[in-house]
Design a protein around this ligand. Structure first.
Ligand SMILES: Nc1ncnc2c1ncn2[C@@H]1O[C@H](COP(=O)(O)OP(=O)(O)OP(=O)(O)O)[C@@H](O)[C@H]1O
Ligand SMILES: [Mg+2]
Length: 232
């Protein structure tokens, strides 16, 4: 579904990503981990089109999207959830969800999707008529995820979905992402809570100083990281 080959990018003349090769299939969750400053967010922003790659290829369902504008990439079916501030602050929670929905003309599908969002984030249902601006940072994060969900993207990129949220919310969010992937979406998540995130991921990639140090099945990551820390 998403294939990245020989991708290099950075900020102006300061390179960050160095020869990234990655792939995520339909219905799969790839967990990206790495130290602070390794380049995880830069990777998601580059895929989303917010940073122009220096070179390399990013293919969405076989079509090259590398170098395209973020809005065109979004239109091709890729959605990037960075943090809660991506919601529209001036309008209500309800309008945020409705505007994000590509399925709003299919009343039944839309209502079904909205109910799924409310089941994971009941607070959004209670705040439906309030402006998004009046939500807390964590609640805006929930809204951003809900908005992405009703947009029914082919590929979802989520940068630290649990950031700013109570730890107790992480398992239901990950469970939500798991069910979301099962409906056919390819998902890349960056998450610091590796152990919990691994329980829903299919594969994992370790980023170190802008390079992919390791890719493996999610079930193998623990053992591989241990091996790496023991080798000289
Ligand atoms: N807007 C920017 N302009 C210039 N350099 C940046 C910018 N954003 C990030 N960087 C640099 O790019 C490198 C990778 O940063 P990035 O935010 O991608 O790391 P990360 O893996 O997401 O880290 P964290 O776990 O802290 O979120 C760092 O050296 C950082 O200083
Ligand atoms: Mg980051």
């Amino acid at each position: 579904m998403l294939e990245i080959a020989g991708l290099h990018s950075g900020y102006g003349s300061v390179p960050v990503l160095d020869d990234i090769n990655l792939a995520v299939g339909k219905g799969e969750i790839l967990l990206v981990v790495g130290e602070n400053g390794a380049g995880k967010s830069t990777l998601l922003r580059t895929i989303g089109g917010f940073i122009k790659p220096y070179r390399g290829s990013i293919k969405l369902c076989g079509e090259e999207i590398g170098g395209m504008k973020p809005e065109d990439i979004a239109r091709s079916g890729l959605r990037l959830v960075l943090d809660g501030h991506r919601v529209f602050p001036e309008i209500s929670v309800w309008d945020n969800l409705r505007l994000g929905a590509v399925i709003r003309n299919d009343k039944k599908a839309f209502e079904g999707a909205i109910e799924e969002v409310f089941a994971v984030f009941p607070i959004l249902k209670q705040r439906l008529r309030q402006s998004a601006r009046d939500l807390s940072g964590g609640q805006q994060q929930m809204l951003a995820l809900g908005q992405a969900f009703v947009a029914r993207p082919k590929v979802l990129l989520s940068d630290e979905p649990s950031l700013g949220l109570a730890q107790a919310l992480l398992p239901p969010i990950l469970d939500f992402l798991k069910r979301w992937a099962a409906s056919g979406t390819a998902i890349i998540i960056v998450e610091q809570h590796i152990d919990i995130a691994l329980s829903v991921a299919d594969s994992a990639a370790v980023v170190e100083r802008g390079r992919i140090k390791l890719t493996c099945a999610a079930s193998e990551l623990g053992g591989r990281l241990q091996q790496m820390s023991q080798s000289p």
